[in-house]
Design a protein around this ligand. Structure first.
Ligand SMILES: [Zn+2]
Length: 130
């Protein structure tokens, strides 16, 4: 079996440029990436602690948690970039009846939701009805 390193592996080269679903046997980078995409990593991230199944997956593929986290960081960065590119690739005014200023509204932003929830958590002022 060919042992790839992240410098020689064609799948890792692709994955470094854009989110790729290509993996090579015997490559630590690919093994780590496959764990990132698998169910165990998400569960561990959510739980904030490693469990037996996750450790088992690490041991099985011979990679470390640090390698997996490094791949996860690359993946996340690429996904954000990809989303931004997709947004840019859909120029305003492609639809005939959409004015250009609609792009500001079309951008999904967490800010309004945060504001809304902050407003909702505030106690309602007592109604001063005479
Ligand atoms: Zn690889």
């Amino acid at each position: 079996m060919t042992e790839y390193t992240m410098d020689t592996c064609p799948a890792c080269e692709k994955a470094a440029a854009k989110v790729s679903h290509e993996f090579r046997m015997g490559c630590r980078g690919c093994a780590a990436r496959s764990i990132v995409r698998g169910p165990h990593f998400k569960r561990v991230q959510l739980a904030g602690m490693q469990d037996r199944q996750y450790r088992g997956a690490l041991a099985q593929l011979g990679v470390t948690h640090e390698e997996v986290r490094a791949q996860a960081a690359v993946d996340m960065l690429l996904r954000v970039q990809q989303r931004q590119e997709q947004r840019r690739a859909t120029p305003a005014g492609t639809s005939t009846d959409a004015p250009a200023r609609c792009t500001a509204d079309a951008q999904p932003s967490a800010a309004p939701a945060v504001q809304a929830s902050a407003r909702a958590s505030q106690p309602r002022p007592a109604q001063a009805t005479p």
